[in-house]
Design a protein around this ligand. Structure first.
Ligand SMILES: N=c1c2ncn([C@@H]3O[C@H](COP(=O)(O)OP(=O)(O)OP(=O)(O)O)[C@@H](O)[C@H]3O)c2ncn1[C@@H]1O[C@H](COP(=O)(O)O)[C@@H](O)[C@H]1O
Length: 106
């Protein structure tokens, strides 16, 4: 895992015990899973709009917001970036078209 993702993951795990008024992440946890998932929808929409605008700095900033909020949801569900990376590793090199075709036959 990249070093910054690893350090951020550790912070997100540590925030599970923090008071909601001391930390943005603790406030997200205190708001419950529905609130965290709503943020994912908002951030994904913001990334779509940035992509349409085509301003590189905005696209990067919105993608970072979406990755960050996705990590919050993963940690809240006792998952981690490593779980997602392992899934990407498992898929690596397998054509998306082949994978789609195998789903239709099951
Ligand atoms: N990487 C981030 C990060 N990226 C985005 N954000 C916050 O995510 C929010 C983005 O939401 P929006 O774009 O919808 O803007 P907003 O209207 O201000 O958001 P809301 O008030 O509606 O939630 C902003 O408040 C950002 O500050 C982040 N907040 C925290 N982190 C990391 O998490 C760590 C822990 O943060 P705290 O828990 O606040 O100490 C920090 O040290 C950072 O490393």
């Amino acid at each position: 895992m990249s070093e910054v993702l690893s350090r951020l993951q550790a912070v997100l795990e540590a925030r599970r015990g923090a008071a909601a008024d001391t930390s943005y992440v603790a406030r997200l946890y205190a708001g419950g899973l529905d609130g965290m998932l709503k943020k994912i929808g908002e951030e994904a929409t913001e990334l779509v709009m940035a992509g349409k605008d085509g301003v590189p700095e905005r696209i990067v900033a919105e993608a970072a917001d979406l990755w960050f909020h996705t990590m919050v949801v993963l940690v809240a569900q006792n998952l981690s970036v490593d779980d997602v990376l392992a899934e990407l590793e498992r898929r690596f090199g397998r054509s998306g078209l082949d994978e789609k075709a195998s789903r239709k036959s099951t």
